[in-house]
Design a protein. Structure first.
Lengths: 391, 159
């Protein structure tokens, strides 16, 4: 009875049916090699700014090691409320509309589990972050991918959404600035999508974790559109712009009814986010504008470099306007994204993530992260240029 | 500070082609700007930041605080300029606080640095007193951390 086949059969069907992340498979191959230059990393190469680390360590010295309220420290929620209001003009009451989560990952899981009943459809655009589809399926929802196209700069359009919406559609999940494509939406794009959501009476989950990281124009949030706050769950966190991935700090902003529903799941499954991370985040909101500006300026130079290098060697790539990824079109080499990535790794020791890790429509693309030092990016670009000469 | 100068301060060997890519300028624009900076004296030189401790022929760096009498017509400038002209003198700064000039001196031996202080500096008209410190170790210089080989502890591939 204890053989592995019998154990496997006892695993919940939903979990069995979910494929392992393509990222995970690729990670294992890359990890087995020495001296790889990796453009496959989805987190900042900067260390968390020192004053934020200092705040965490001072909190530890003060003996701040207890649970917090389920919702999170009120002073942090107040800080978040001010921060979001300043950015978007939308006020969320820190008492009952802001919930501190363990990364945006938990926030998204809570939002999905709080709203989705078996068979409810969730529209999301692909290529997308790797968690969206599995999290929806784990909640017995139906994940409906809307393909975005390179020709449109990977911006999801109202027409594309109209094609896939059905009476069963309950939620629209957005992620701009986008991982893995680096696309952002204009105010007009957003307004059209908002009008669609209102007409179809959809709840919108908007994952705006990369909103600080745009390089040519400011990000415009869908919650700023009148009538959207009432139907949106805004997901954000400290990982990217503040370079705090390991602190695992996220938050949700949503109307009290939705926040209360998410809080119920959160209180039983997580209890609360780690208190030291919450203390660090209070500091992050107070004094990190210059740090963010500095990191953003660095990413922008790298974005410019990686984009023009790819174009120069004849690999088409939309100019990424946000996040820190370039989504390069390698379809003309007549190989699958996975084969291209494996061969590139094998011959030049450069790791890029095959686009298919982000959904089937990522075929023909590779994701190159520029959250890595300029020297590494330069070397990687040299090697990719050499590599494609041999194809 | 201007982005182009920042990049050159980080790496003076950066090619105009790369600088153009990084800044979204044309190569000609970059060359033109660098030429202007050189002509205007904004860029004074291009130098390597050397980790002396890696070399056998180690250099002794001496830091000297100098009190001087300002001159009625030239203030501190004339004497500071005169001190700057000694080849042993690496850097000279005018400071606020308990002394006036801060000097960085490079010598092959402690004795060499000492004889510079006792024979050339302390005897100079206008110099009231000197305080000499020997530098023990360099951890960071010109924004460059001296030890190398920092590990990137991030996962090699992540979503």
């Amino acid at each position: 009875m204890n053989d592995s086949k019998s154990l496997r059969s006892r695993i919940a069907k939903t979990v069995r049916d979910i494929p392992r992340s393509g990222i995970r498979d690729f990670f294992e191959i890359v990890s087995s090699r020495e001296g790889v230059i990796s453009l496959g990393i989805g987190e900042p190469d900067f260390v968390t700014p020192w004053h934020i680390r200092e705040a965490a360590s001072q909190a530890l010295d003060r003996g701040v090691t207890s649970y917090t309220s389920n919702m999170g420290l009120l002073s942090l929620r107040r800080g978040i409320s001010n921060y979001i209001e300043k950015k978007t003009g939308v006020h969320y009451n820190p008492e009952d509309e802001v919930l501190i989560t363990v990364g945006v990952s938990e926030g998204l899981d809570l939002a999905i589990r709080a709203l989705i009943e078996p068979g409810d459809e969730v529209l999301y655009h692909e290529p997308s972050y790797v968690s969206y589809n599995p999290l929806i399926e784990l909640a017995y929802g139906v994940a409906v991918a809307v393909e975005t196209k390179k020709e449109n700069g990977f911006r999801v359009t109202r027409a594309e959404l109209e094609e896939k919406v059905t009476p069963k559609t309950k939620v629209l999940l957005l992620n701009y600035p986008n991982n893995p494509t680096g696309a952002i939406l204009s105010k007009q794009d957003i307004e059209e999508i908002a009008a669609f959501a209102i007409e179809r009476d959809l709840i919108v989950f908007t994952d705006e974790i990369y909103d600080e990281l745009t390089y040519d124009r400011e990000h415009f949030s869908i919650i700023s559109v009148p009538g959207m706050k009432e139907r949106a769950i805004y997901l954000h966190g400290f990982s990217k712009a503040w370079a705090m991935t390991g602190f695992r700090m996220g938050f949700t902003c949503a109307p009290p009814e939705l926040t209360e529903a998410m809080m119920k799941i959160h209180q039983y499954s997580m209890l609360c986010a780690p208190v030291l991370s919450q203390e660090a985040s209070i500091q992050a909101l107070k004094h990190a504008d210059e740090d963010i500006a500095h990191m953003k300026a660095e990413y922008k130079k790298r974005r410019n470099y990686i984009h023009s290098s790819l174009e120069e060697m004849g690999i088409p790539c939309i100019r990424p306007e946000g996040a820190f990824y370039a989504f390069a079109d390698i379809s003309k080499f007549g190989m699958t994204a996975k084969d291209f990535s494996l061969k590139l790794l094998d011959e030049q020791n450069v790791a890029c993530v095959p686009g298919t890790a982000f959904g089937a429509c990522g075929e023909g693309f590779i994701r190159c992260s520029y959250a890595t030092s300029l020297d590494e990016i330069k070397e990687a670009m040299k090697r990719i240029a050499q590599f494609i000469k041999t194809l | 500070m201007n982005e182009l100068l920042n990049l050159l301060k980080q790496n003076a060997l950066e090619t105009p082609e790369n600088l153009a890519k990084l800044l979204g300028l044309t190569v000609d624009e970059v060359k033109q700007k660098i030429g202007d900076y050189e002509k205007e004296g904004v860029i004074r030189a291009y130098q390597a930041v050397v980790n002396e401790e890696k070399l056998d022929s180690s250099v002794v760096t001496t830091v000297i605080e100098v009190k001087i009498t300002p001159e009625s017509d030239g203030g501190f400038d004339r004497i500071a300029d005169r001190i700057s002209r000694f080849p042993e003198v690496d850097s000279v700064f005018l400071m606020s606080g308990g002394f006036d000039l801060l000097l960085f001196i490079k010598g092959r031996t402690i004795h060499e640095s000492f004889s510079f202080v006792s024979e050339k500096l302390a005897t100079m008209p206008g110099v009231i007193s000197t305080g000499t410190h020997f530098m023990m170790k360099t951890y960071k210089q010109n924004g460059i951390v001296m030890h190398t080989g920092e590990d990137d502890e991030r996962l090699k591939v992540s979503p």
